[in-house]
Design a protein around this ligand. Sequence first.
Ligand SMILES: [Zn+2]
Length: 82
Amino acid sequence: MKSSQTRTEEEAFQEAEAAICGNPRVGSLLLLFVTGDLPAPEQAKIERHLHTCLRCALDLPAMRMMARSLKRVCLQEAGAGR
Ligand SMILES: [Zn+2]
């Protein structure tokens, strides 16, 4: 028996996926993801999304690099301030 009231897990997943990919702030979400600054549920959501979404998965290395260089700039600025 199929009830239209019951959302399948797949439907919920597709919705979450659209929310991530359709999100104009997806870049900052990914950035927070690689720096580990997201709350655990969000972190898990992005991680699950990355397994199925090639577009976001391809963005990940760039985000990692960006996070690294951002960190470096912060450290340099902190050092130059003294
Ligand atoms: Zn995606």
